[in-house]
Write a protein that binds this ligand. Structure first.
Ligand code: UFG
Length: 327
């Protein structure tokens, strides 16, 4: 299948691009390189441009005979979204509307969308099932939920078959440690702890130690990037006969911030200085996925259920790329 991978040079998009190619598909990377890395998609076909450009999207969808679109291009910082809500609505929502309009015009029906556990806000129960209330507590989660609703109504017209995949904490490096996580600035826990272990940061700050969890720190569900991508591939294959697919993608097992730090110390063999600071606003104490729907309906199998194995792949990439991607 010819697949347009929007945001294909980012962390998840670049891993997806590699996996699509390995599985006999023809990925075309669409990226404006505002955040993505050219080095992460070497050897793959590029279509450089911006999602706001309707005419360019129509041209690419037609010229490249695109059969499906996977959409990873988005701003992802919860804190930043509270400071710049309009930017999040523009980039995450308005640009996705433009993309869907270009798909409608060119009669491309299949769409796989990167959603997030942030659509649930502060869940009343965990593990989270897909039918739990969607009550995002920040513009980031709200912008993703708004796209899900737009896809839902567009699918009712009969002109869109979509999958919304709600990620928990994507992490690790794909391709045996070849395609890694390099956000600038970095805000995610695992790469930050690794940076501290490598001596690139003085310490790792734990945001809050008074949560109602076993060790007082937040619990998250860490899912390896290749597992995340394999679910996308399965969802893509199922879109022919399904207008609407919605799945949580997580391991179902939670690890606390302290457990993540201990795991990085073990994998790296390095010590990490820990500084305990106040809570970060908007962090729910526990977020874990009930991914049984993806497992039973897609036949999804997770290859990396253990945090240690996930962190090993991240450690390999960061050790090989201490300064991140060069470009
Ligand atoms: N944390 C620290 N110190 C740090 C960084 C993070 O203690 O320096 C803590 C956070 O407070 C949180 C946990 O580590 O409890 C994980 O934080 P991340 O920033 O790595 O990830 P989040 O769980 O906040 O967010 C992730 C994705 C979001 C997505 C969200 C959905 O990055 O895009 O999951 O649950 F919206």
């Amino acid at each position: 299948m010819n697949v347009l991978v929007c945001g294909g040079a980012g962390y998840i998009g670049s891993n997806m691009t590699a996996i699509l190619a390995e599985n006999g598909h023809n990925p075309i990377v669409f990226d404006n390189f505002s955040k993505g890395h050219r080095d992460a998609v070497k050897g793959h076909e590029l279509a450089e441009g911006d999602l706001a450009d309707f005419d360019l999207l129509v041209k690419i969808l037609k010229d490249k005979k695109i059969e499906a679109v996977m959409h990873f291009a988005a701003f992802i910082e919860v804190g930043e979204s509270c400071a710049l809500p309009l930017e999040y609505y523009r980039n995450n929502f308005s640009n996705t509307r433009t993309l869907l309009a270009a798909m409608e015009k060119t009669e491309v029906r299949k769409f796989v969308f990167s959603s997030t556990a942030a659509v649930y806000g502060m869940p009343k129960t965990v593990p989270i099932t897909e039918d739990l209330e969607k009550e995002p507590i920040n513009p980031y989660g709200e912008s993703k939920w708004a796209v899900e609703r737009m896809c839902h109504f567009q699918s009712l017209t009969g002109r869109l078959n979509y999958a919304a995949l709600r990620y928990f904490n994507a992490c690790g490096a794909g391709g045996s440690g070849a395609i890694g996580e390099d956000h600038k600035p970095e805000s995610h826990l695992i790469p930050l702890v690794i940076a501290a272990a490598m001596g690139k940061r003085e310490d790792i700050k734990i945001f809050g130690t008074d949560y109602p969890t076993s060790d007082g720190t937040c619990i998250r569900d860490y899912i390896h990037i290749e597992d995340l991508c394999s679910a996308h591939l399965l969802a893509l294959e199922k879109l022919d006969n399904n207008p609407e697919l919605v799945y949580n993608l997580g391991n179902g097992k939670g690890y606390s911030v302290r457990q993540v730090i201990e795991t990085v110390k073990k994998v790296s063999g390095k010590n990490v200085k820990v500084t305990e600071v106040a809570r970060r606003p908007g962090d729910p104490p526990v977020l874990t996925a009930d991914a049984s729907k993806a497992i039973s309906q897609l036949g999804w199998k997770v290859k990396y259920p253990q945090l240690e194995k996930i962190v090993e792949t991240a450690w390999i990439w960061h050790s090989k790329n201490p300064q991140g991607y060069k470009k």
